[in-house]
Design a protein around this ligand. Sequence first.
Ligand code: AHG
Ligand code: MN
Ligand code: MN
Length: 352
Amino acid sequence: MFWRWAGSQQSKSHEAMTNSSVVTLERHIVEEERNRPEATGAFSNILLSITLAAKIISREVNKAGIVDLLGGTGDTNVQGERVQKLDLYAQDVIYRAMDHTGALCCMVSEESEDILPIPEQFPKGKYVLIFDPLDGSSNIDVNVSIGTIFSVHRKITDGEDGTVEDCLQAGCKQVAAGYVLYGSSTMLVYTSGQGVHGFTLDPSIGEFLLSHRDLVIPDPPSRMYSINEAYYPRWSRGQQRLMQHLKGLDGEGTVSYSSRYIGSLVADFHRTLLKGGIFMYPADSKSPHGKLRLLYEAAPMAMICEQAGGRASDGGTRILDLIPEAIHQRTPLYIGSSEIVAMAEDFLAEDV
Ligand code: AHG
Ligand code: MN
Ligand code: MN
């Protein structure tokens, strides 16, 4: 009897093993590349190099608290060496993970005024990487989730070196976009135009494992809005009326929303992607173009959102249709469930 039971257990575990195939990010990228006969591998190279940088930044972000403690002993060397601004540290890690790949012609980082050239000694490639090395910096020292956001474009100018023109392309031209969320777990979410896929880092093996295949914003969405309400007095009339509506204060029905605001775009957007709802960072009387940057915050998130069935605009124009005029230009951002973003645009239309 026992042997029959043991045999059946063995076949079950074998079956379980073959069915629960563990898909690493590497395997996923290789399989995606196989579906693209024109692929040269350069694009896969970029994504794999980004994951290396993400693992290093994740390790440092998770140690940041400890180092601050050590730094408290007055050991200036550790503090000086180690606790350099995490934004600049993250930029440095990404730059050095990418500069020798031969896949890029230049880079743009939130932390650098001008475009970052590829060092002379390395070959140049046909892609541009644009990134926010550390998003949500104000949350670093209070141990709240932060992230990295990236966007990939194809080079469009002649010659080897990347130019500003290669970087100032509309978001609809992106070949890929993604983010890393350094939260209770480290996740990498990306799209290359074939749907949105989420990978969770298993620190015990140092691999990003597929945990969210083909992410789609839920419909019906959860009624959640995400915005920094402290700026209410600075908003347009339409924005203020929209907020009255979301709070059920305009007598138009008792649609009850709840509010969530973390203050890290990556974390607020990730929740909106998984649960539905709307994230808003409007223009206001002090920041007429809003705060968030088009190239490395709004556009990559907009590509991901649309690939997941959502909608992203500046309150009137589709984010992916905006043509950038400067690499650090700002834009208002309304992103999330299509029906809720469209409703927000209706309220803002009265401002026009
Ligand atoms: P970063 O840390 O890259 O400068 O980005 C911070 C951004 C974004 O992450 C977040 O949504 C927004 O700033 C929060 O702004 P407020 O503090 O004005 O709400
Ligand atoms: Mn940011
Ligand atoms: Mn940043």
